[in-house]
Design a protein around this ligand. Structure first.
Ligand SMILES: [Zn+2]
Length: 126
């Protein structure tokens, strides 16, 4: 496939689609990456997002939830059960929902920029 025909890594990643064709599913289940694309056959063995998606989600969720909890506490001083009723569902929403999309985005960016683990080539001096 021509590089100019490939979908935007932003669109392919956030929609959890294959970074080369933009049509095949990237995941088999919630966060398990498929072995290869079911449309174009791209081998997904290069995909290794590591802890990146979790780090971004934790930073985002912490900012949103802790910020809102502090604002509510300082303005209204509600009882503890109100905090639990408000923030526990919000924590699930702002952590689980974006995790899949962020993982897809990082894998699509990894493919787009050909990012991989550094290796010594024959003849390189350490
Ligand atoms: Zn594909």
């Amino acid at each position: 496939m021509n590089k100019s025909q490939e979908p935007s890594p932003l669109v392919a990643g956030l929609t959890c689609r294959c970074p080369r064709c933009g049509k095949g599913a990237l995941f088999d289940g919630f966060l398990t990456v498929r072995r290869q694309c079911d449309r174009c056959g791209l081998d997904f063995s290069f995909a290794d997002s590591g802890d990146g998606p979790a780090v971004f989600v934790i930073l985002f969720a912490g900012f949103v939830v802790v910020g809102l909890a502090l604002v509510v506490e300082f303005l209204y001083q509600p009882p503890f059960w109100v905090h639990a009723a408000l923030w526990l569902p919000l924590i699930l929403l702002v952590t689980l929902w974006p995790l899949r999309a962020i993982k897809g985005l990082l894998i699509a960016l990894q493919y787009h920029h050909k990012a991989e683990e550094g290796r010594w080539r024959h003849g390189d001096t350490p």
